[in-house]
Ligand binder design. Structure first.
Ligand SMILES: CC(C)(COP(=O)(O)OP(=O)(O)OC[C@H]1O[C@@H](n2cnc3c(N)ncnc32)[C@H](O)[C@@H]1OP(=O)(O)O)[C@@H](O)C(=O)NCCC(=O)NCCS
Length: 134
């Protein structure tokens, strides 16, 4: 996997990455330091999606590992967080395998169910290791 080979080095806002297996673009991941929904200052929100044809072989877990490593390298944020719908077992398994424990849940101010009610999301937080400039 070429992973984050095309990592954007933007100082602010969402940084988006393609997830590659060889020459095949199989998914998407991003980190966003400025999100405020359910978070505290210093949290960096991670999201990811993997194409259906490439699921179940570790792409998302590897992507989270690469995002976290990249955050440590750049010294961005104090914790990598995931905000996951409790009805998304695959994503919850990704978080578990990536070492992000569940720390709570909250009613989203941005995400809504189809009926318009606020989504209840699980919050998972993994503290960042000290900055690694190697
Ligand atoms: C969630 C998603 C990114 C996972 O991608 P992936 O590359 O298949 O994930 P991985 O292969 O790294 O790991 C998936 C794990 O979840 C497990 N899993 C998959 N579907 C599951 C289900 N319905 N119930 C329980 N576990 C499930 C897999 O077996 C695997 O665990 P294992 O390695 O122990 O067997 C992918 O399903 C996806 O893109 N979903 C739609 C977008 C989305 O939900 N994004 C997350 C938003 S928070």
């Amino acid at each position: 996997m070429r992973g984050l080979a095309r990592a954007a080095e933007a100082a602010h806002g969402k940084r988006a990455f393609g997830l590659w297996e060889g020459e095949d673009l199989v998914g998407y991941a991003d980190d966003e330091p400025e999100i405020t929904d359910g978070t505290v200052p210093g949290d960096v929100n991670l999201t990811y999606a993997v194409h259906a044809r490439a699921r179940g072989r570790g792409v998302a877990v590897a992507a989270v590992g690469l995002l976290v490593k990249n955050l440590a390298r750049t010294g961005a944020g104090r914790a990598a967080i995931l905000r996951i719908d409790p009805d998304n077992p695959a994503s919850l398994r990704v978080a578990e395998k990536a070492g992000s424990p569940r720390v709570g849940e909250f009613l989203s101010t941005t995400d809504r169910h189809e009926d318009g009610t606020p989504a209840r999301l699980l919050l998972l937080r993994r503290p960042q290791p000290p900055a690694d400039h190697g």
